[in-house]
Design a protein around this ligand. Structure first.
Ligand code: URA
Length: 262
């Protein structure tokens, strides 16, 4: 007998099992019922897959789930307004980021504004609160906007490429961007801004199909049929404060464009 399992310990173990309901001995050795179930299931599957004697067999096609991008396109197309778009995104179950997120981060600001900002993905604070750009980067964004008389309280609308926080704030995967892109495009169509601000590399990737924000920033382009300006992401500016000079130039360019479209 194991030295740790003396008479007292063995008795205590038996009593514990008895308390759990194991009050009679069925066999000498324990039976793992979970393993037995697994084996029975595997045998049944084997029998079902086995060819019937004398019958020609066709290869059984592997069952393939629906394409997440196609599902997103269909759901997004069916939405008529921002509320139904939000609902459709909340129902969408193909993006695994949803499982780890506390909240769907849909938007903030005034829908219908001339300016719409496209950020990347919620961070910890946004995930907790359920609104985009509420952390440190968001505070800097608010200051940048205020410098050209813009604010989310009156004349800016804000969303992100992804509505759910990636774990540990990792970069979104290409397939995550691809499956959420139909919702983003519909979001832009429904909010109908005059100008898009595309903040950071992930957003440039999702809307312009290009990365390289250092080269792209400040250069007016078009996205979803509207003028769009790629800009440094405020989180990047917090890490690289010397780039605020370029960010300021881009804000002035944005103000000039806004005056031109007004
Ligand atoms: N960074 C983003 O791109 N979006 C947010 O909402 C917060 C941080």
């Amino acid at each position: 007998m194991d030295s740790a399992l003396d008479w007292h310990n063995a008795k205590a173990l038996l009593e514990w099992q008895y308390d759990l309901g194991a009050d009679c001995a069925l066999a000498e050795a324990p039976v793992d019922r979970f393993a037995a179930e697994e084996i029975a299931r595997a045998k049944a599957a084997e029998r079902a897959a086995a060819p019937m004697p004398g019958k020609r067999t066709q290869p059984v096609p592997l069952e393939k789930g629906p394409d997440p991008v196609e599902v997103a396109v269909k759901l997004a197309k069916e939405t008529q307004d921002l509320a139904s778009l939000r609902e459709a995104m909340a129902q969408y179950s193909h993006c695994d980021l949803k499982k780890g997120a506390r909240n769907l981060v849909f938007s903030d600001g005034v829908a219908g504004s001339k300016v719409m900002i496209i950020g990347e993905a919620p961070g910890r604070d946004e995930d907790r609160v359920g609104k985009p750009f509420v952390g440190r980067a968001g505070q800097l964004l608010d200051k940048m906007l205020a410098a050209i008389d813009l604010s989310r309280e009156s004349n800016v609308y804000i969303t992100n490429v992804l509505p759910w926080r990636p774990p540990q704030n990792r970069d979104p995967l290409p397939e995550e961007i691809a499956m959420m892109q139909p919702f983003l495009k519909r979001h832009i169509a429904l909010a109908d801004p005059d100008i898009l601000i595309v903040m950071g590399n992930i957003s440039c990737d999702a809307l312009l199909g290009r990365r390289g924000i250092t080269r792209l920033r400040g250069g007016w382009t078009e996205a979803e049929g509207r003028p769009a300006i790629p800009m440094f992401h405020p989180a990047y500016l917090l890490r690289q404060p010397h780039l605020k000079r370029e960010a300021w130039a881009d804000l002035l360019s944005l103000r000039a464009k806004l005056e031109a479209v007004s």
